[in-house]
Write a protein that binds this ligand. Structure first.
Ligand code: DQQ
Length: 548
């Protein structure tokens, strides 16, 4: 392990979304009963008709209009996105029964452009009594010589000594399961008769889930042989490689690497990558960096990229995959998104671009989520690339331009009066807007307000301790840059705001205040330092906020 960078998780944010929500979700019903809280609200929600709920969700101004989300109830991780026979298929963790975490199924949606989605029937559901009886957790979809094949995590409650997921509430045994589809639209899936990988027997194991795969040719004696994943048909020399998120108590999270020729019989190799424990105690090993979740690994721009979620954060590492030893050696690392974002997952698009998806998490209580009737949405697709320094960069995919409606522009070079009137003309209705701007100053403010006051604010502050980017109160340190403009790209969609600065620093935020009129630029925004600002009214992707 010498020469590997130290992953300093201790200095990072220490909140965990997934497992905390996991615990809260399981306990909230009991809390309701025990405390006798909101019984009438619960009753009202229980008795609300499907049509009534749909109408309420379709009119909820905080529910996004151009981010993918289920018609109702809870969603979390993107699962197995794949471009298949000319269409984009997205699956995601879904609770069909409530707007809180639980009873995990794979929901399914299809799109021609990764932006406009249509819901399809549920793809995978737990099978009573079987290895996935308590949930079909996260996984991946691959093209196995023309057959769409899902590798996912099956979970089932077992005695604690056989469990791999022990978070203080659940004792789940996690196994890798396989399902195939012969249907060109991927509507029906057949589960393989038995799990294809059982977890290692090790009391210090902190988990065993979220498989990802790639296929590559056998490595020759010269050490070459394609560390780049192959697409399309392969030959008998091809190996499938599969990484599983795991970790070791008091050591740290890791990815366990397996290989197979047929996706059904797997041989364990060794850890592909390993991280460090934060040194803090937590019942749930995800909170202390002792367990990674949703790892992904792929070749990009002549390098390799590892992504994972742990200890409340989402991280990227770039470096080299040793082609002979099949061990990843990172030399750069960073944060994928500093905000309400978790459980990242990538896919290749129709042109071979590496597309990043993620779960936009909620910041409301379970009671509020139940009352809202929906929770979570998918981030907009972002295309990944390697920057000149070897680090990871991202931009919203060009397909988002199809959403642009009425355009507004504040020109860079014009009189203060013209700028002022251009600025005042901006009016974004229904919380659906896109903003692109460049600022030449190292200190900068942009504020969007409705009639009640501030809705969304970005502040770039370069005084003392280096530049800081602050978004609705969330502050992130950013490296100083010289003689160039800072570039910002923002999408606002109901309660969701996704902001990318300089293709590097990403902060996704949630805003739950009910809007009061259209959004406008506030007068105290630093319009004087703008090189240019363009804004668009964004067109919804469906007439009813995807409630059908
Ligand atoms: N969500 C899934 C797990 C995964 C976690 C369960 C991450 O497979 O580790 O819903 O959010």
């Amino acid at each position: 392990m010498s020469g590997r960078p130290v992953r300093d998780l201790a200095s990072r944010r220490m909140t965990s979304h997934s497992r905390r929500e996991f615990l809260k979700a399981s306990m909230s019903a009991a809390v309701f009963v025990a405390a006798g809280m909101n019984a009438s609200l619960l009753h009202a929600l229980d008795s609300e008709s499907d049509d009534g709920l749909r109408a309420r969700l379709a009119a909820d101004p905080l529910r996004p209009q151009f981010h993918l989300l289920p018609a109702k109830n809870w969603m979390n991780d993107p699962n197995g996105p794949i471009y298949w026979k000319g269409h984009y298929h997205m699956f995601f963790q879904y609770n069909p029964n409530a707007a809180v975490w639980g009873d995990m199924h794979w929901a399914h949606a299809v799109s021609d452009d990764m932006i406009h989605w249509r819901h399809l029937p549920i793809a995978l559901a737990p099978t009573p009594g079987w290895s996935d009886a308590d949930g079909c957790f996260t996984g991946s979809t691959v093209d196995d010589h023309g057959t769409a094949t899902i590798l996912y995590t099956g979970v089932k409650t077992v005695a604690p000594e056989r469990a791999t997921l022990r978070d203080g509430v659940h004792t789940f045994r996690e196994v890798v399961c396989l399902a195939t589809s012969d249907d060109p639209q991927l509507l029906t899936w057949n589960k393989w008769k038995s799990p294809v990988i059982e977890p290692p027997q090790d009391s210090r194991l902190t988990g065993f889930r979220d498989p990802f795969l790639w296929r590559q040719q056998r490595v020759g004696a010269d050490g070459h042989g394609g560390a780049v994943p192959l697409r399309g048909r392969g030959d008998a020399r091809d190996w499938w490689y599969l990484g599983v998120a795991s970790g070791v108590r008091h050591e740290g999270g890791n990815v366990l690497l397996y290989r197979s020729k047929d996706l059904r019989q797997w041989e364990y190799l060794h850890p592909l990558a390993s991280g460090k424990w934060t040194g803090t105690y937590s019942i749930n090993p995800v909170d202390s960096g002792e367990m990674w979740e949703c790892p992904d690994f792929f070749a990009l721009g002549g390098r390799h990229v590892l992504l994972y979620s742990t200890a409340g954060g989402v991280y990227w590492e770039t470096g080299e995959l040793d082609p002979k030893e099949l061990v990843f050696h990172p030399d750069k690392l960073g944060v994928l998104d500093y905000g309400a974002y978790y459980a990242q997952k990538t896919q290749l698009d129709a042109h071979g671009n590496r597309i990043l998806w993620g779960w936009i998490t909620e910041k409301r209580s379970d009671d509020e989520l139940r009352a809202a009737g929906w929770a979570g949405c998918m981030s907009l697709p972002r295309v990944l690339s390697i920057g000149t320094d070897g680090g990871l960069e991202m931009r919203f995919v060009p397909e988002v331009k199809s959403l642009r409606g009425e355009a507004f522009e504040v020109p860079g070079r014009s009189s203060p009066d013209r700028r002022e009137s251009a600025m005042q003309a901006i009016e974004i209705k229904n919380l659906a807007g896109e903003f692109l701007w460049e600022s030449s100053e190292q200190a900068f403010t942009l504020k969007l307000v409705d009639r009640t006051g501030l809705w969304f604010g970005v502040l770039l502050d370069s005084h003392g301790g280096g530049p800081k980017l602050e978004v609705n109160g969330r502050s992130v340190k950013v490296p100083a840059i010289k003689n160039t403009a800072r570039k910002f790209h923002l999408f606002l969609d109901g309660s969701v705001a996704e902001l990318i600065c300089d293709d590097l620093h990403v902060i996704t935020t949630r805003i739950y205040r009910r809007p009061d009129g259209p959004l406008r630029l506030s007068g105290d925004s630093s319009i004087g330092s703008l090189r240019r600002l363009v804004a668009w009214q964004v067109k919804p992707t469906s007439p009813d906020r995807l409630t059908t």
